[in-house]
Design a binder for this molecule. Sequence first.
Ligand code: PRP
Ligand code: MN
Ligand code: MG
Length: 186
Amino acid sequence: DGPYAADIERVVVSAADIQEKIAELARKVEADYQADTDSPLLLVGVLKGAFVFMADFARELRHPAEVEFMAVSSYGSSTTSSGVVRILKDLDRDIAGRHVLVVEDIIDSGLTLSWLLRNLASRNPASVRVVALLRKPDAVKVPVEVAHVGFDIPNEFVVGYGLDYDERYRGLPFVGVLKPEVYGAA
Ligand code: PRP
Ligand code: MN
Ligand code: MG
């Protein structure tokens, strides 16, 4: 599990459970778009956190798909909820008339996704839906319509499987909680 696994206090979602869930999610998404097997789905990953989920989900999905990424950044600290988001990297192509599926690692406050969904909807896609691996209880405060969620998890800070603390731990194959002393050392 690499050099960072020792910093984990507790595993919240195991690597095996994640992989099993991704297969389930892929089957659900395939069913959603089964009437459209001629047109490739446009998977839009939200950098950086979604890169691991995207890699596994895109390889599991048995529906033609193209992969795109957007990078966005919230203004201000993570504790304030201005809802203002800045695009650091936009899509490389027009999505008009396309079926778009946003692939996100986690929905916390929901601010990132609610902004992104409005932004994408303004580009006249055929549809925009969301698949998220993880969701926290606070997500209900900013309502985001999510087609499929992998796991609802408790409201604690988690890392791994794309999720970082200070840019570390993204490569862990599971989702877990850090030992308290790790925060003190940062
Ligand atoms: C994290 C996570 C989601 C977002 C969820 O990204 O990957 O994209 O926060 O939070 P929200 O629902 O409160 O908006 P972050 O901004 O940390 O960037 P990163 O993906 O590059 O780590
Ligand atoms: Mn993110
Ligand atoms: Mg982050």
